[in-house]
Ligand binder design. Structure first.
Ligand SMILES: Cc1cc2nc3c(=O)[nH]c(=O)nc-3n(C[C@H](O)[C@H](O)[C@H](O)COP(=O)(O)O)c2cc1C
Length: 193
């Protein structure tokens, strides 16, 4: 399979997740193209699977990811596509916070006119040693809800790598059940016939 993974990140955890997914798929002999949404990510045409990832900051996902979705939503709807959301809320078991996370994510996907086949909520990381004063203040408030023990200011990674392996398996199963991807040259051919 030919897989495209595009990520939006601020402190690097969503990129780390993208790298993990790349590794998992490459171990299964798939070809992976990894791209930062801040650069010039390739269009979805010609890929069997497109995965987009973004992290939550102040209840918003990175705008370059939204721009990509808006520009390519028609092509995304013709391929097997998945979204993974990275946040601290996903590390919490607070029902109200989860409700809010899902609501924000739904609004984001609706704003992009995109209906991914899968949405995965990934617990991110606290990087207090890298935050400036302002970020430390914000994260202490968020951590109080997600993980009160961590609010003291230690770095901590919450990402469940086994759950991400299961995410890869689900994507492979969806792609195996989907019709064969039409390459750009083939669709051009159909268009002129
Ligand atoms: C300034 C700032 C604001 C954040 N806001 C939220 C938030 O509103 N909700 C949440 O669940 N997590 C929030 N987080 C936690 C991040 O989503 C988490 O640290 C994630 O791992 C960041 O991923 P990234 O390194 O790919 O940007 C915030 C983090 C920072 C630094």
């Amino acid at each position: 399979m030919n897989i495209l993974i595009i990520y939006g990140t601020t402190e690097g955890q969503t990129r780390k997740v993208a790298g993990f997914l790349q590794n998992e798929f490459e171990n299964q002999k798939h070809h992976v193209t990894l791209s930062d949404a801040n650069g010039t990510p390739p269009a979805p045409a010609g890929f069997d699977v497109v995965i987009l990832g973004a992290s939550m900051h102040m209840e918003r996902y990175q705008e370059p990811v939204l721009y990509y979705i808006r520009e390519h939503h028609a092509a995304l709807s013709k391929t097997v596509s998945a979204f993974y959301s990275v946040s601290l809320t996903a590390a919490s078991d607070d029902e109200a916070s989860w409700h809010e996370l899902k609501h924000i994510t739904e609004r984001f996907l609706i704003a992009g006119h995109w209906h991914p086949a899968l949405v995965e909520y990934v617990a991110g990381a606290l990087r207090f040693t890298k935050y400036d004063f302002f970020k430390k203040f914000i994260l202490r408030q968020i951590a109080k809800r997600a993980d009160p023990a961590a609010a003291a200011g230690d770095d901590k990674e919450y990402t469940n790598w086994d759950a991400l392996k299961a995410f890869c398996t689900k994507i492979e199963q969806l792609a195996a059940a989907a019709p064969v991807t039409v390459r750009p040259e083939e669709s051009d051919f159909e268009a002129v016939c």
